[in-house]
Design a protein around this ligand. Sequence first.
Ligand code: AMP
Length: 416
Amino acid sequence: VSRPKLQAPRGTQDVLPEHAADRLALEAAARGILEGAGYARIETPAFEATELFARGVGASTDIVQKEMYTFEDAGGRSLTLRPEGTAPVCRAYLEHGMHKAPQPVKLWYLSSFFRYERAQAGRYRQFWQVGAEAIGSDDPAVDAETITLLHALLTELGVRDVALRLGSLGRPATRATYRELLVGHLRAHEDLLSDDVRERIDLNPLRAFDADHAGTRQVMASAPLLVDHLAPEDAEHFAEVRARLDVAGIDHEVDPTLVRGLDYYTRTVFEFTSGVLGAQSAVGGGGRYDGLIEQLGGPPTPGIGWAAGVERILLGAEPRPQPRALCDLYVAGTTTAAFALATEARRAGLGVQLELAGRSEKGRLKAAARAGALWTALVHDDTGAIELRDMESGEQEPVESASAVVAQVIRGRHIA
Ligand code: AMP
């Protein structure tokens, strides 16, 4: 009997060792940038009560309507694999009384998320996001700072052809009034709209701005825009955010039709795209969610955050991000003296690789370069003499003893 071959489920992928280095580099860059700015790492469960996303993401969104992996566990609870990170982080903020800590509470995460989407290049059913949330302040400086941090991350990782679009959704009351206006406009031109948009006029009229359908686009070209209807405080807030992005030298385009897929956004929304990603060009985005914590049962608490797709960052980055070298010293020798040197260097806290394949002396140097070693100790098989090579400059010098090698590499490390 032949059995069908087992494969990873559609829309998922194995992260093989050759991609481990990219991800490590991404994590190190995110950690450096975000923890440097006072964000602390948080990890929430991979699944949550379904109710959290229904309330937190919004019942009318694509995510909640079509994309959640929801199941009942053996205890009869309805659970959902997290499709996004903001609602879980806000739940944790409330559950652990973080409102008592100095505000804003700044948190970051790097985790995998799950959405039942049509699988294609750059779009998976399990994917990773790096994200940041700043909860407890509505200062426009928080908006601008968090956008700046995502910009710094994409820049450091070498994501090509990045553009930033920015908008403001105002407050719920403005949105409600505006919604009526927009629904009226859509109703007046119903015959031109796609079926999909027409069926959802009342449920989610904003979505019409996202449509590719020609008739719908024609209708939307003359649609009223939310940015023209903002309350004065919200318009002022938006101007303050933009002024700070300007002084930070971060180019952005105001896009009055920017619609994010989640219901909870208020005021600032933004999205970074990369021109090299094709159809799935969004690398990361986010916005302010001043009503979310209250919607989850907490006191009124402002917040803002973003998430960026790890796979898309790596697809958009050239050259691929490289982590800091972990190999301080490559011991290019096969004798017991070489083994003793490697052991001594490791005990001194260095990252050490040892020649294990009996390569020729020339082959050993190549292997050392491949390992990304900062230094190579060439231990001659017959004489036992040691030469230490600085792999960056190519300078090579005889060294007296194993201890001298270790001391030199540690000194070199401090200089670097
Ligand atoms: P969102 O949470 O929808 O705002 O998504 C934030 C970022 O996560 C997007 O800009 C993408 O880079 C990434 N992303 C979202 N959905 C997927 C997916 N299905 N596969 C891969 N990356 C995704």
